[in-house]
Ligand binder design. Structure first.
Ligand code: GUN
Length: 283
């Protein structure tokens, strides 16, 4: 048997094509959607992610401006750049790639992004609005997980869902979005007692803990939907998710790594950037 793979590529491609068409509509009205990305330092994974965003923007007809700053950049310098981008009416979306170097406080930096340009959905205003289900920018990875399930026809309402991880970027927001879709939600983390037993109860298991091959088939209910958010390297240096390969034998649906959630995250960023440009349009 084996799990059905939920491929991110065709879903992300469909979303990007839809974005591209709407970008063209905006361009005809004289609005040229633009995303500014700020990368500080030399984190190898971050460099790859930023390169991916640049490529996606080009595919969608979105202008991208990439600011690559040295590791030695001070918090003040970064805040100064963000103030300029905030003022610049030709820039619709601003994204600061995380993690930032140790000497920079990420929360201070996030709060320097105007909520209407916060295409990551990380500012307190957007996080708060998400919680009370008001119109806002949803964080890209959690929104991508939901979109992937919905476009595959996975029923969320009423399901027992277990989220592994409680980060501000993925664990907490994906749990809130699942709740909004009427799932019953359990959030597990490093202090959870008998984590495997909790996981085994999940109809939908979302893993976002960043530990290579952590979720094994003993932790998965037969026919469960398993969404693997992890991007890790195993002992052989190979790119892998949080979910071990033997889970394929027992799950109903499984997202691959690479080629799964990561591509959805990128597509959702394009969608948010388009939305930012549409909302900032002066009529
Ligand atoms: N680093 C890892 N994931 C993300 C993300 O979604 N947004 C930003 N800005 N940085 C990240």
């Amino acid at each position: 048997m084996g799990a059905v793979r939920i491929e991110g590529k065709p879903i992300a491609q469909t979303i990007k094509e839809q974005v591209k068409q709407q970008v063209e509509n905006l361009q005809q009205k004289g609005v040229f959607p633009c995303l500014a990305v700020v990368l500080v330092g030399e984190n190898a994974a971050s460099k790859v992610y930023v390169g991916g965003k640049e490529k996606d923007c080009a595919e969608c007809g979105i202008r991208s401006i990439i600011h690559r700053l040295p590791e030695s950049t001070t918090e003040q310098q970064l805040l100064q750049l963000l103030a300029e981008l905030a003022e610049d009416e030709t820039v619709h979306g601003i994204l600061v790639q995380l993690p930032l170097p140790q000497h920079i406080n990420p929360q201070t930096v996030i709060e320097a992004i105007p909520p209407e340009k916060d295409v990551d959905g990380f500012t307190p205003e957007n996080v708060g609005k998400m919680l009370i289900e008001q119109d806002c920018f949803l964080p890209c990875t959690p929104a991508g997980c939901i979109e992937m399930m919905e476009r595959t026809g996975v029923e969320i309402a009423g399901k027992h869902t277990v989220v592994l991880g409680r980060s501000n970027i993925v664990g907490k927001p994906v749990a809130m979005l699942l709740l909004e879709k009427h799932a019953t939600v359990t959030i597990c983390h490093s202090k959870t007692v008998d984590l495997a037993e909790q996981c085994r109860k999940a109809d939908i298991l979302v893993s976002a803990i960043g530990k290579a091959e952590f979720v094994t088939k003993e932790m998965v209910k037969p026919d469960a939907v398993v969404i693997d958010v992890g991007i890790n390297r195993n002992e052989q240096g190979k790119l892998c998710g949080d979910v071990a390969s033997d889970v394929e034998e027992i799950a109903g649906y499984l997202t691959p790594v690479p080629g799964g959630v990561g591509l959805m995250t990128r597509a959702m960023l394009m969608k948010n950037t388009l939305l930012a440009a549409q909302r900032q349009m002066k009529s």
